[in-house]
Design a protein around this ligand. Structure first.
Ligand SMILES: Nc1ncnc2c1ncn2[C@@H]1O[C@H](COP(=O)(O)OP(=O)(O)OP(=O)(O)O)[C@@H](O)[C@H]1O
Ligand SMILES: [Mg+2]
Length: 220
């Protein structure tokens, strides 16, 4: 369960604190997905950074499966993030010198306790996202949609509780974008993962079980 309660975020600026998030509250259960839409600059990425524990809220509380990540000391927080949270960014952020399979295995490198069959799991996931025949390709040898599908596999390889996607289809043509969006939704359901996706696509948001708009620092 993801619980977000009265979360606010101010950024210090030269003209004083800028309140980007004022009061964001929602709950998300395993296997459920939320689409976040809203104008440019409304705070969608800021919210995703907080959910991903990449930045701290100024006010309010975030709890993931009963844990307040911000109460953890930094090494445990990094471990928590690696274990519990998967990220898909607008630009795939794949490492150019690594193969598709190696890229998907990157989050597992930091884990001493990664399962012995993790490479098999990565292959299965790559099969599932339609890249079973591209394991040895470098990112430059993939199409844009294929790169994003590799990034989806990488986000899921450690079976995180929460997957966060910030405009994962923003750089894709419409057909590839809906394929990647649909895939994220399907995988979240199959793996009982919580999914929060920021998107500018009303079509993609419409396919989510819930969709909220960021407006004046609130999710409505
Ligand atoms: N570190 C920061 N310091 C000061 N202001 C910031 C900082 N990060 C973001 N902002 C401001 O917060 C607001 C929200 O930014 P954010 O990136 O969350 O918007 P967004 O909804 O993701 O927009 P987009 O759709 O363009 O990606 C913006 O007005 C931005 O200028
Ligand atoms: Mg953004």
């Amino acid at each position: 369960m993801l619980r977000v309660d009265g979360v606010g975020k101010d950024f210090p600026t030269r003209s004083g604190p800028l309140a980007v998030l004022r009061d964001v509250s929602f709950d998300l259960a395993p296997g459920n997905a939320l689409a976040v839409v809203g104008a440019s600059g409304s705070g969608k990425s800021t919210l995703l950074h907080l959910l991903g524990t990449l930045d701290y809220p100024t006010r309010g509380a975030i709890e993931l499966n009963g844990v307040d990540p911000f109460a953890l000391p930094e090494p445990q927080l990094a471990d928590f993030r690696n274990r519990q949270i998967g990220f898909v960014f607008q630009d795939h952020h794949l490492l150019p010198q690594c193969s598709v399979l190696e890229n998907v295995l990157i989050p597992t490198l930091a884990r001493k306790d990664a399962p012995a069959d993790i490479a098999n799991r990565a292959r299965q996931l790559l099969d599932r996202v339609g890249l079973g025949h591209r394991l040895d390709h470098r990112p430059a040898e993939l199409s844009g949609g294929e790169r994003q599908r590799a990034a989806v596999a990488r986000a899921l390889v450690l079976r995180p509780a929460l997957v966060l996607a910030d405009e994962p289809t923003g750089n894709l043509d419409r057909t590839s974008a809906s394929a990647v969006g649909e895939l994220l939704l399907e995988l979240a359901r199959e793996h009982e993962t919580m999914l929060v996706t920021v998107t500018h696509s009303a079509e993609l948001a419409g396919r989510f079980p819930a969709s909220k708009t960021m407006d004046d620092g609130r999710l409505v």
